[in-house]
Design a protein around this ligand. Structure first.
Ligand SMILES: *Cc1c(COP(=O)(O)O)cnc(C)c1O
Length: 400
């Protein structure tokens, strides 16, 4: 067995089950293993690498900023944080932004904001605030966030969990209306469920949720950590429905594919609930993170990545639908956020991913039956067509 696999297995926790290859280099849409084999990266680190690996402008921003000022803590102002937050707010149409590092931390921040708002603005009685989330959600791995999860394995033997959460069916606005009570602070939802299997809700669902939340004085929180920043062919996935949430959570691609940067964005009156000392993070919003986040947003705009995601996504989905294979039971998605559902009677999604690897395509299954395709948003026609060919070959081989 490869020495590096052995070392990870010997000294690391076994909380992942990686495919059997060892990566050593990456550039653009490609990664290389230690044997010199090249692969097309069709999952972009769960959408964290939307800009492609080692984007020259991100690298330049890192070199420049790292040598100048990186981590000074929020005990002081920096000349990088303000411009980053301004850009993020202007681009997304939100008033204020609070920087964190990982996605889960930004989700925790949104829940803390919602609870504070419920007590201080809505007038919910102490310790009564509730949050509604959807079955099949994925919002991260911290204990607070897992309190919303319905995934048995993610929760097993981690209890007790936080009280105050309630789950409803995803994609059903009526279920939201019935679940709201006088103590409901917020409804948190992914515009397209990612880890849940690339589940696209009915058109108009997000707009209906927005209307219900407005009527009921409940905060609408969109977790766009995976769907945001061009992944679905719009800047935000909620743009497909033409709605803005009260609170927005961004992460993953915000770090330009090389640094953890996340944001909780919201209206001024909600953010006003946080006062000095109420919440924080040592590394959150440091100058290096801010410089990278700002450059990641600039690149998105200036290099037309959102538009490319839409066009390449259409090509990819059309190509997948044209593949005639009994293994495929469904193709769904928006932009370059695509799920291919595999008939479990014929093959596991894991087996498809392993076979794809042999044809130079890297992807990762979500659950037992869905293969996800989410390449960097810089991908071109040629690589899309190359991937489609390899996918067709793979499915034919597995059907023999
Ligand atoms: C990945 C993800 C998270 C968690 O982000 P981390 O950076 O892994 O903590 C939260 N929500 C969604 C929708 C995600 O896809």
């Amino acid at each position: 067995m490869n020495r590096f696999i052995e070392l990870e297995n010997r000294f690391g926790a076994r909380n992942y089950q990686p495919l059997e290859l060892v990566l050593t280099r990456a550039e653009g849409v490609c990664v290389w293993d230690t044997d010199g084999n090249r692969y097309l990266d069709m999952m972009s680190a769960y959408s964290a690498v939307s800009h492609g690996h080692a984007h020259p402008r991100i690298l330049q921003a890192v070199h420049k900023q790292a040598a100048q000022l990186s981590v000074a803590s929020r005990a002081f102002y920096s000349d990088r944080l303000g411009p980053f937050l301004q850009k993020a707010c202007e681009l997304t149409g939100m008033d204020k932004a609070l920087p964190m590092n990982s996605g889960a931390e930004a989700v925790e921040t949104s829940l803390k904001a919602a609870r504070k708002w419920a007590y201080e603005v809505k007038g919910v009685a102490p310790d009564r605030a509730g949050v509604i989330s959807c079955r099949g959600n994925f919002h991260g791995r911290t204990l607070g966030v897992l309190s919303m999860s319905t995934e048995k394995q993610y929760r097993q033997n981690y209890g007790p969990f936080l009280p105050g959460f309630r789950n409803i069916e995803f994609g059903n606005a009526g279920a939201l209306r019935s679940a709201i009570g006088p103590d409901t602070a917020a409804f948190i939802v992914e515009p397209i469920q990612g880890e849940g299997g690339i589940i696209v809700p009915p058109a108009g669902y997000l707009a209906d949720c927005a209307e219900i939340c407005r009527q009921e004085n409940v905060l609408l929180l969109f977790d766009e950590i995976q769907t945001g920043l061009g992944r679905t062919g719009q800047l935000l996935a909620c743009d497909h429905d033409g709605v803005r949430p009260d609170g927005l959570i961004l992460g993953k691609a915000l770090g330009g594919g090389l640094y953890p940067v996340s944001l909780f964005l919201c209206r001024s009156d909600i953010m006003a609930c946080f006062r000095p000392g109420d919440h924080g993070s040592t590394f959150g919003g440091n100058a290096l993170a801010a410089a990278i986040g700002l450059e990641a947003l600039n690149i998105l705009e200036e290099e037309g990545l959102v538009e490319n995601s839409r066009r390449m996504g259409e090509r990819f989905i059309a190509g997948l639908r044209a593949i005639d294979s009994p293994l495929i039971t469904d193709i769904r998605g928006k932009g370059l956020f695509i799920g291919m559902e595999i008939d479990p009677e014929r093959a596991s999604a894991r087996a498809v991913c392993e076979q794809l690897m042999g044809h130079g395509i890297l992807s990762k299954e979500t659950h037992e039956t869905v293969v996800r395709f989410a390449p960097p948003l810089i991908i071109g026609k040629q690589d899309i067509d190359l991937a489609l060919e390899a996918i067709e070959t793979t499915l034919n081989e597995l059907n023999d």
